[in-house]
Design a protein around this ligand. Structure first.
Ligand code: FES
Ligand code: FES
Length: 153
């Protein structure tokens, strides 16, 4: 099946089984390996990308469902300008081993689009589906809360 969609601002088409996972199409067909596979069953958020602006777990999405959609991956979030949340994650130590970091940045960017100065509780809710084994979360929450404030200062 040919599936056409917009990926990081570029029109793409892939010839793929319709039930192929969006995560695999991104990583293997389009060579966008920034999205990570953790659990592979919708529990960890490492594979989070944005589809039409909404964060989704790409390991759960059959690629046929994204025909005509706008997909953004971590490669698109940081291009051409590194997103404020990426800079803030580095500054606070919110990124350590980095496996969860692309997914966290995608969920955080979606939150910051609608709530540029979120409270810690709002960040916790927005990132509830993104697990991290390294940071203890506080540094991640600090990064997201302060991401746009840093840039505006
Ligand atoms: S790999 Fe998709 S949620 Fe864990
Ligand atoms: S930085 Fe290692 S899992 Fe989050």
């Amino acid at each position: 099946m040919i599936v056409r969609f917009n990926c990081n601002g570029r029109s793409v088409q892939v010839d793929t089984p319709p039930m192929a996972r969006l995560l695999d199409v991104l990583r293997e067909d389009l060579r966008l390996v920034g999205s990570k596979e953790g659990c592979g069953e919708g529990e960890c958020g490492a594979c989070t990308v944005r589809v039409d602006g909404e964060p989704v777990m790409s390991c759960l999405v059959p690629v046929a469902q994204i025909e005509g959609c706008r997909v953004q991956t971590i490669e698109g979030l940081g291009n051409p300008i590194v997103h404020a949340v990426q800079t803030a994650m580095l500054a606070t130590g919110g990124a350590q081993c980095g496996i969860c970091t692309p997914g966290i940045c995608m969920s955080a960017a979606a939150l910051l689009d609608v709530d540029p100065h979120p409270t810690p509780d709002a960040v916790r809710v927005a990132l509830a589906g993104n697990l991290c084994r390294c940071t203890g979360y506080q540094k991640v929450i600090d990064a997201v809360c302060g991401a746009l404030a840093e840039r505006e200062a």
